[in-house]
Design a protein around this ligand. Structure first.
Ligand code: SF4
Length: 202
């Protein structure tokens, strides 16, 4: 099968700053397009569905040249696009691949990633999106943005029975939200900030 073109906003080499994989050197591939509409979104520049298109072949070439062992497919919402060929080529290049998704779109392709980080946005979307329940089985980590105390109650209910890694992420690295999370004293939940905003890397 030949190479397709994907809508890509940017690619860069950095450290993963969020969630369980924080600190891991990764080549980031940021897809274009997301209409979930979270007010705190720090990648609003990806929302418009159109942008330049990039060949899968060139993405794989740059990912290999970066020297990173991991590739992170992020967005925007990566699952709006057909990533099948890209994943095939990255695996043939012996790279590990993770995805960051809001979980509003399901594809069986999700089962093939080495690590799946899902960040449910049911509380924040301006549309009628909900977490697709497949992610309760196939996500390695649920990374849950907290903006206020009652958000925590929502996540506890949403993720009842979920057996993966559960992470609270205080919105905007807000120390007051960290205190709210700490006061709940939930031993099976992590609290992780967005480290990249302190490391001053992308
Ligand atoms: S799902 Fe992610 S990319 Fe989309 S609006 Fe929300 S925070 Fe931004």
């Amino acid at each position: 099968m030949g190479y397709l073109l994907l809508a890509i906003n940017e690619e860069f080499l950095s450290y993963q700053g969020e969630g369980e994989m924080a600190g891991t050197r990764m080549y980031f591939v940021r897809t274009q397009g997301c209409d979930v509409g979270c007010h705190f979104c720090d990648t609003k520049f990806t929302w418009k569905p159109e942008d330049q298109t990039v060949s899968e072949k060139s993405i794989v070439k740059r990912a290999r040249a970066s020297g990173a062992e991991w590739v992170c497919i992020t967005g925007g919402e990566p699952l709006l696009q057909n990533l099948v060929n890209l994943i095939d080529k990255l695996y043939k290049a012996n790279l590990f691949v993770m995805i960051e998704t809001s979980g509003v779109e399901w594809s069986d392709l999700v089962k093939r990633f080495h690590f799946v980080c899902c960040s449910p946005k049911d509380l924040f979307t301006t549309k009628d999106y909900k977490l697709d329940e497949h992610f309760l089985t196939y996500a390695n980590e649920m990374k849950c943005v907290v903006t206020k105390d009652s958000d925590i109650d929502f996540y506890l209910k949403l993720l009842e029975g979920y057996g993966g890694i559960k992470t609270f992420q205080p919105v905007d690295n807000n120390p007051a939200i960290v205190k709210i999370i700490a006061n709940r004293n939930l031993p099976d939940w992590h609290c992780r900030i967005q480290q990249q905003k302190f490391m001053e890397v992308r």
